[in-house]
Design a protein around this ligand. Sequence first.
Ligand code: GLA
Length: 693
Amino acid sequence: MTTFKRTLLTMLMAGAAPGALMAQIVEPTMPPEPPAFAAQGAPVFVPREAIQGFRKLDSYNEPDFVKAFVEAGKLPPVEERLPAEPLVMETANMPDGAGVYGDVMRHVIGGRPEGWNYAAGNSQGWGGIDIGTMECLTRVGPLFQVEPEDLAPLPNLAKGWDWSEDGRSLTVHLVEGAKWSDGDPFDAADVMFYWDHIVQDPEVTPLNGANPGTFGEGTTLTRVDDFTVRFDFTTERPEQILYAMGYGTFCPGPEHMLRPAHPEFSDNSYEEFRNAFPPDFLNFPVMGAWVPVEYRPDDIVVMRRNPYYWKVDSDGNQLPYLDEMHYRLSTWADRDIQAVAGTGDFSNLEQPANFVESLRRAAEEDAPAALEFGPRIIGYGLYPNLSGNGWGEPDERAQTIRELNRNEHFRKGIAQALDRQRLGESLVKGPFTTPYAGGLLPDTTYFDRESTVFYPYSLESAKAHFAEAGLEDTDGNGILNLPKDMGGGDVVMTLMANTDYGTDRTVAEGVVAMLQDAGINVSLNLLAGNDFDATRDAGRYDWRIQRTGTELVTGVQNTANLAPTGPNTSQLHMANAEGEMDLLPFEEELAQIVRDFMSSNDAEEKTELMKRYQTVATENLYGVGLTAYPGALVVNKRFANVPQGTPIFMFNWAEDNVMRERLFVPEDQQQSHELHPETLPGAPGEDGPVTAG
Ligand code: GLA
């Protein structure tokens, strides 16, 4: 019997008429208009070709200290290290023009690296570490400044692509002659290894969760030659694939390192494969601009410039301009404080608790850092585990909660028990936060307020919904009781939250208090970031609080994750050990909308599909939205080439959006923070950086 039927039965037997309860229910409306909050800087919009291209230049240049390595015979000449046609970052698009070499960007991060095996799911600690080491087939971060008419991913490791006439296949041309940071050639073998043995292997999930569904059902990839691969599709011209080729779903790792450690080609277990390159495995080969050369637990990760980096400026200067990168292993709150104080260089100001003080300091004339607020693209949601099929092996209590989660009245009760206005204000007062209905975030391209269903705060209504779900406080202890056939005990649920962020904790504590008032006993399960991610992905939670991802900002990225389109695309609902799903009718509908969206190329149709998505997702509370607010980019003033109006998050995080390989510090402002001056990465797995001498 479904919970709903059971509920009805319970009510009828108790003599309660459903109509009487209905009377107390407050009907949904549209979300309130967000308070006006003007973003401070607008990007200078340009076509994609103004940002970058691929071409051979007459000559190339590199820092003097790197020339010393060439002279000592320790490194081939720069023109041999670069591709025949390197990627040229156009100097004309750089706000301050061609840069000079030197200096360090001092990041502070709150995450901790698990290792360098991104392909097997290792977190590198976030905060721009993996964005700086991983390069992907296409690039999406800088798209915030691309003219809407030309909006499509930028070529990157894929220097170009051609659609077949029938739109059923896409031939992808890889950059030719690019090398990993240890000098090993980058080619189709790296791309095919990622596809065949990472994406297609059900035992392996890369960081950021790429799986076959990410690329559209039935999509295949074939090697054509060393520098060409071909996608074949079951639908026509799914241009969406170009986004799936970007961060973080198609960023191949070094096949020459990964293959020998992969269980198919070694005695390693999958766990051993995942942990084959721990954080203290130095000089791990990357395609990114900087290579990890030093790791001190809970202290710092240091990276040095990649002498094989395959990007140059229009004058032929090999990028990056910055020789070193630091990632202090601290807290996210400390990132804000240090960036504003000038002891760190960069922060995505996203902890509302730090907004007011940061704004105050940044307004002072001698402020070391510039601070610019962007659109409202940070959101928090409360997400139910919707699988009743045993995903994550719930015990009896947890299984009961999942059955409740699958009851729409229970979800509506939760939504109406929450005063989202007050929750936002508990983070920061002022025009920042706005109640968030769920689904796409307000302030984003596909968001449509009229298609959004918002369940307003009403404790009465929440209780009426809970009663419809069969929950009443039968023993008068202030906590709702389960129906008799579910044991009759108090409703006790757990709420998982990430302790790496102060905001997550504050939001979670607010939710617990509000649900308690509505008669639900919630116990907090506070976990550090890496454990939180692992527990979520294993399905071992009742409800969780989480910051929204990119799919709810742009719609065109990680699109498959917007609904349970496949057995493991949705973090709310995955298949059980037997691979079975038990989707609710509205989840089926959402999945179909998302599939249609992914295979459509008609702009109008896509807009309509996203409106429909928004309605179905918010009406059925596929996640209860909580609050949304803007973030600010904080960068130390000594850095040049920071693009105007860079959002902290959009197609990617600001660490990609600012194009760090083009940032530089003018000579007269350079500081001496380098920990390993005049060095380059050593051999993979060996001790740290090496000198020319
Ligand atoms: C974390 C931080 C973000 C951003 C990303 C980059 O999620 O909270 O601000 O730095 O890492 O991956």
